[in-house]
Ligand binder design. Structure first.
Ligand SMILES: Cc1cc2nc3c(=O)[nH]c(=O)nc-3n(C[C@H](O)[C@H](O)[C@H](O)COP(=O)(O)OP(=O)(O)OC[C@H]3O[C@@H](n4cnc5c(N)ncnc54)[C@H](O)[C@@H]3O)c2cc1C
Length: 164
């Protein structure tokens, strides 16, 4: 589709407009393999607690017929967040239980708007949660919470924070 920008949908974001512009121009140049994927659009709220998301929520995924596996890790159990004195918030990873594909991620807390981009590209590359669960992230880092979510998807709850 060779349209771009706020005029195309209610989701009015600068990076969405730029992405759609890039896809539209590549199509005009005959590069049809650059296909738009609206599910990979990160959405960030730059409030006192940053809120960031990409892809489907658990409810949306279930509405689409997925059997979901969810990993949730609080920043209260993340040593970097504790060291920085910013340990409020969480990472929530939604995956397809059957395939291990990541369907969405929702982060509230420190640097949420930066952390979410890791998951955007994992989803774009179809990286599954078993791959992520066996990957190494440095310690202490906020990013560890993302890999721990993938481990939760595989091995069940590993943190001490109660799930809703
Ligand atoms: C105050 C504010 C803060 C924002 N902050 C963020 C943010 O932090 N992050 C984020 O992702 N998004 C943010 N946005 C949204 C973001 O700016 C838009 O989603 C994005 O600019 C849309 O790009 P666009 O190319 O569709 O439209 P625009 O950037 O609005 O560009 C449209 C252009 O068309 C021109 N134009 C209009 N009519 C005509 C005409 N008849 N003939 C010729 N030219 C015309 C206009 O002058 C304008 O230059 C913010 C928006 C506002 C208003």
């Amino acid at each position: 589709m060779n349209t771009a920008g706020d005029i195309t949908s209610p989701l009015m974001l600068a990076h969405k407009s730029m992405y759609e512009g890039k896809v539209a121009v590549s199509h005009m140049l005959g590069e049809r393999e650059n296909v738009r994927n609206d599910k990979l659009m990160p959405k960030i709220i730059y409030s006192a607690y940053e809120v960031a998301s990409v892809g489907l929520t658990e409810d949306q995924a279930e509405d689409e017929g997925y059997d979901c596996a969810v990993g949730v890790v609080s920043f209260m159990s993340n040593p970097k967040a504790m060291d920085d004195g910013e340990d409020e918030g969480f990472v929530r990873l939604v995956a397809d239980r059957r395939t291990g594909n990541i369907l969405g991620c929702h982060i509230v807390g420190p640097h949420a708007g930066e952390l979410i981009h890791q998951v955007v590209h994992l989803m774009k590359a179809n990286i599954r949660t078993d791959f992520l669960a066996s990957s190494t992230f440095s310690h202490p880092s906020l990013s560890e919470s993302i890999v721990q979510c993938a481990m939760e998807v595989h091995y069940g709850p590993i943190g001490w924070v109660k799930r809703g």
